[in-house]
Design a protein around this ligand. Structure first.
Ligand code: MG
Length: 248
């Protein structure tokens, strides 16, 4: 399965080889088990503003910046976008609810996956549409010594956000690698779309309620049900990429 996935990637992206040096991790739904809290906070905020929304929407929107999510809800409800003030106010409300609900729990298997990535000598970066200081600031507590701020792409860095390839292209630049020297780990359809559009080998982990097909349709090269499985499969993925543990 891994071999076929790499072959498909090389063919689609017209690359000769996949030789990863960096792994670009999405944050919510990958490193943190936070998506249900985001969805709940978004839904309540939307309802408070008389915007049309259902719980599943926020898993489908996942990866977009907050501003873009609010615009989308406004267009669908009122057929026009939100003003800057409306966006700021709504995002503030959503962030407050999120911080109230979020228990800060890391995703099961995330630490193990990061340990594998480090053991193989690869760099680990974060590429997130999030602008939540509460999670970004906690990364170093939950995953000590793995991430540095200079190698992070967040809502504060981007203009377009996912599903535009921009965040992942910025991630490549920060890692100092080419698309075929990286791997992305994503849980959201729009995140997969952004990663694939930036030319990177993309592993989807379906940690939420959406159907696998939604992630595969966007072009995910590999799909696992959770991060624990990804951690277990990591050595096999590295073997197929001819990446050896340093010193072995
Ligand atoms: Mg995510």
């Amino acid at each position: 399965m891994i071999r076929e996935a790499i072959t498909r990637y090389l063919r689609e992206q017209k690359q000769a080889v996949l030789s990863p040096e960096a792994v670009l991790f999405d944050m919510d739904g990958v490193l943190y088990d936070s998506m249900s809290f985001h969805a709940r906070a978004w839904l309540e905020t939307a309802v408070n503003h008389n915007l049309l929304a259902k719980p599943e929407d926020f898993y489908l929107f996942e990866g977009r910046t907050g501003e873009s999510t609010i615009d989308e809800l406004f267009y669908r409800t009122f057929r026009h976008g939100a003003t800057r003030e409306e966006k700021e106010q709504m995002y503030k409300e959503k962030a407050e609810l999120f911080n109230q609900y979020n228990d800060g729990r890391p995703m099961k298997g995330a630490l193990e996956t990061l340990e594998q990535v480090k053991a193989y000598g690869l760099d680990a970066l974060i590429v997130t549409g999030s602008g939540q200081h509460s999670l970004i600031d906690k990364l170093n507590d939950n995953f000590p010594g793995v991430f540095v701020r200079e190698k992070m792409v967040t809502a504060f860095d981007v203009k377009y956000g996912k599903p535009h390839p921009e965040p992942y292209l910025m991630g490549l630049e920060k890692a100092g690698v080419q698309p075929n020297q990286a791997i992305v780990v994503e849980n959201a359809p729009l995140g997969v779309q952004a990663a694939v559009a930036s030319g990177i080998f993309t592993i989807a982990v379906n940690t939420g309620p959406l159907k696998d097909e939604l992630l595969l349709k966007e072009g995910a090269h590999l799909l696992y049900p959770d991060m624990e499985t990804l951690a277990k499969e990591w050595p096999a993925i590295m073997e197929m990429c001819n990446v050896k543990k340093p010193g072995s």
